[in-house]
Design a protein around this ligand. Structure first.
Ligand code: FPP
Length: 238
């Protein structure tokens, strides 16, 4: 790429969709789609480190996903544990801090244990940030923020007249993480699906028909090109 390449988005958020359809199209079980999807997670994390995207947030399991057939939910949870066991070393190598948004208490204990371990071990890194949205819902996040604010008002610690947008933002799950500049959704669906409802207010949106298991570095770089093209247009007077 040319040396006058514009700076990459600071924060990319991704709705990793299409694992099931990818598997179905190949006559494979859905879980196989998720397994290959986990390899895409690794590839995109590395691509982010390579091009200088500092924050990557991945929608790995929504608060609505619990209604899926039990074997699929169990399969996804073991896949997550496996990913954490196998990728922890990679996170250390690239100095990436792991964090979670969502209702972590809903997750099975062995997954929570593994998550807490990696979260603690990587807490001191500042080069890169991987945020996994797990049992996450944007409306739930805003609801939790409202509850926390209401409790402060009730305790007399906060004057309701002083509530601003910043107050809401400060009570979201990770208030120190900047809002995403760029949101990618794979598999062609034109929906936000309860993902980062507050934080995506000003994000550029990009939807690709590519299924998540096929979304790797070349597809990611193509998405970034589209992001840069929009920014170049944005700076133009035409
Ligand atoms: C959506 O595809 C994907 C998910 C619900 C799970 C995403 C999980 C992974 C990519 C693998 C594990 C995650 C990590 C972080 C290791 P879908 O099943 O809804 O696809 P469909 O719409 O084609 O059925």
């Amino acid at each position: 790429m040319s040396s006058n390449r514009p700076s990459p988005p600071q924060h990319v958020a991704i709705i990793m969709d299409g694992n099931g359809r990818w598997a179905k199209a190949r006559g494979l079980p859905r879980l196989r789609g998720h397994q290959v999807g986990a390899e895409s997670v690794r590839a995109i994390l590395l691509a982010c480190r390579k091009v200088g995207v500092k924050y990557l947030t991945l929608y790995a399991f929504s608060s609505e996903n619990w209604v899926r057939p039990r074997p699929e939910v169990t399969g996804l949870m073991s896949l997550l544990r496996k990913f954490l066991r196998e990728q922890a070393e990679e996170l250390h190598r690239h100095k990436v801090r792991l964090r979670v948004i969502g209702r972590m208490r809903d997750l099975p204990l062995p997954v929570r244990r593994e998550l807490h371990r990696v979260i603690e071990e990587t807490a001191h890194y500042t080069d890169g940030h991987l945020v996994l949205a797990l049992s996450y819902g944007g409306r739930q996040e805003i609801t939790d923020a409202v509850k926390a604010i209401a409790a402060k008002v009730k305790a007399g610690d906060l004057d309701p007249r002083r509530i601003t947008e910043a107050t809401i933002a400060q009570h979201l799950y990770l208030p120190d993480v900047p809002d995403p500049d760029f949101m990618i959704r794979t598999s062609g669906e034109l929906r936000i699906s309860n993902f980062l409802l507050w934080q995506l207010s000003y994000a550029e949106l990009y939807v690709t028909p590519v299924m998540w298991p096929d979304f790797r570095e070349p597809q990611f770089l193509e998405a970034l090109e589209a992001y840069h093209a929009r920014h170049r247009r944005f700076g133009d007077i035409k």
